[in-house]
Write a new protein. Structure first.
Length: 280
């Protein structure tokens, strides 16, 4: 019998007690044998740590003591997993719930293709579980944009084919130990957003493929810690993160083009947000 790889699931929490408890409840039903969950608490002040330890005494909780943001907090967990010799290290947003077989599907995919360094799940809207949020991602260095394939499409089988993707979203990013060691940790110079795409691009340049696995299903509440999917805080942070990413990785001859297209795309998104607020 072949020994299955060890798996750590790193869940970052920052004042998200209710969401994190719901996420951990869904992880309790995961069918993969021996998967370990590590909660990294980013200096919460909402009594999250006590509540998590009380409800899930078997879950390890690491306290950072302050808000290290997405990259810094997750890196605390990744370092722990690497030090423990874990074979597969997954980042999972705390504002998610999961299908019980999602770890099996992701690990099976990694084991089926030696070129893969990481793989992402099919992610659906938590409030509308038949609607897709992420079915692979595409990066355009000319327009300075990243987009999810299938976003807001019905989950009708169109996006049920596994294949390569430009990046796996940090909402659920499942990487091999080898990929984490060779690529390095998440870049903490990103204040928020684009850390996942940056890591995946560095992994690809290090020789690893990134895959999309539709048999693994995750349900996402969308940007809860950032104030909601269309909050001005999120739009601003995403714009800054994207610019950092594209100035870092785009070719010099693309620099005169992508900032302006990025501004247009984000401007349209901000306009939609303002109109939605006015209607509300």
């Amino acid at each position: 019998m072949t020994t299955r790889p060890s798996v750590d699931i790193i869940v970052l929490n920052w004042n998200g007690k209710r969401d994190t408890l719901e996420c951990l409840t869904s992880l309790r039903a995961v069918t993969y044998p021996g998967a370990r969950t590590i909660v990294v608490d980013n200096g919460s002040t909402d009594d999250s740590v006590a509540a998590i330890r009380d409800a899930f005494p078997d879950v390890e909780v690491m306290e950072t003591g302050k808000n290290l943001l997405f990259a810094g907090g997750n890196n605390v967990g990744v370092r722990r997993s690497l030090a423990d010799g874990t074979d597969v290290i997954m980042l999972l947003n705390n504002d998610t719930t999961v299908d019980p077989g999602f770890v099996d599907a992701l690990v099976n995919r990694l084991q089926s293709d030696a070129s893969l360094g990481a793989v992402g799940a099919k992610i659906l809207y938590h409030a509308a579980p038949s609607v897709i949020w992420y079915a692979g991602g595409e990066i355009s260095f000319w327009s300075g944009t990243m987009r999810h394939r299938g976003i807001r499409a019905g989950d009708d089988g169109t996006f049920d084919t596994a294949g390569p993707t430009d990046y796996a979203t940090g909402c659920c990013l499942c990487g091999t130990r080898t990929a984490w060691e060779k690529t390095g940790l998440l870049d903490e110079s990103y204040a928020m957003y684009a850390e996942d795409a940056d890591w995946c691009l560095r992994a690809r340049r290090a020789g690893f493929a990134i895959g999309y696995e539709p048999a693994a299903k995750v349900y996402h509440k969308i940007s809860v810690s950032a104030g909601g999917h269309t909050s001005l805080f999120k739009l601003r942070k995403k714009f800054v993160g994207n610019l950092r990413f594209f100035f870092r990785h785009a070719a010099w001859y693309q620099w005169p083009v992508f900032p302006w297209l990025n501004i247009i795309v984000n401007g349209i998104a901000a306009s939609r947000y303002i109109l939605a607020r006015k209607r509300a």
